[in-house]
Design a protein around this ligand. Sequence first.
Ligand code: PLP
Length: 396
Amino acid sequence: MEFAERLNRLGKENAFTVLGKVIKLREQGKNIISFCIGEPDFNTPENIKNAAIKAINDNMTHYNPSGGLPEFKRTIANYISKTRGINVGEENVCVASGGKPIIYYTIHALVNPGDEAIYPNPGYPIYESIINFVGGKAVPLPLLESRGFSFNVKTLENIVTDKTKLIIINSPQNPTGGLLSKEDLKAIAKIATERNIYILSDEIYSRILYEGEFNSISSQPDMQDKTIIVDGFSKTYAMTGWRMGFGIANKELTQQITNLENNCESCTVTFNQYAGIEALTGPQDEVDGMVKEFRERRDLIVNLLNDIKGFSCLKPKGAFYVFPNVTQACKNLGFKDAEQLQEYLLYKGDVAVLARTSFGLKNKDENEEYIRLSYATSKENIIEGLARIKRAVENK
Ligand code: PLP
């Protein structure tokens, strides 16, 4: 069968591929501990579930406008205005089936074939995939372990050209857990204003923060109009399967993003949006509880990782991922790279992790090896899983 040529340029999120392998192994009776998928193991809070159930019983089961219910958009606008210190209105909000479609729509709305778009590397793989898909040139911005997985401003200045249309940032970050400082954001904002570049700011982990403060580039002077914020409910409220997120942008861009949604999904699930209103306006103590638990797990997993020969792991400031450097462990085991380590841990250690290359090809001059573990799993799993990794890596 002959498919459209553009499909050759489409990447994918490898976490779902490895998850498929995990499920296969489990079907064969293997007891695999998985650190590969980035989703909270908590259940959605009861008040949020009840709001959706009520909405279904109230027959909120019909179509709603592309871009979202006005009441929901106003709730989101208030939430973003308050948390980012900017002035957002209903006309700046587009609700979608997750943060992921907003990334897809924004890149489609802004990047022409031949335009350049800068994305963080290592990073969430969908950015690079969609830039390539639309025929843009995906330009990696290396994130450096030596800078707590932030970037070098000089490097950013050097890779920006007259063709740069978009810079994508993500803080707190997947896969490293790194947090961009206000200084980093100021440097990006300066470049964006001087060179007239849009910023796609993926803030999906903004509430999952353990140290430092969350800053949005949209609050920098003159940046609100140039920024597209991506946020949603999957991570903060343990609602991955509900598929609900949103984008915040200037009015014209919001209209274009909404029109793309109109052509693709028509609208987001109607009764879900009532659950979204409850999530943002109801009690927040369960979110605080989840973040407290994630913090304890972070401390636990970082200590256990640093106790494995050939591993070294920075303490991430946010999200629920750790990104240990495993260069020495790969050498000790005679492995060429972290992909071999990933396969070895899965088939010999019964533990699923993701190699660095699931988050983009290595940068030029990058010689280190890394893996990502998601610690959105129980402390028991962390203790047992890390004991298995230690045994496998130290050959005991
Ligand atoms: N952005 C980042 C950095 C992510 O890690 C994810 C999910 O893993 C998303 C966006 C998309 O989340 P969702 O589509 O579930 O809102």
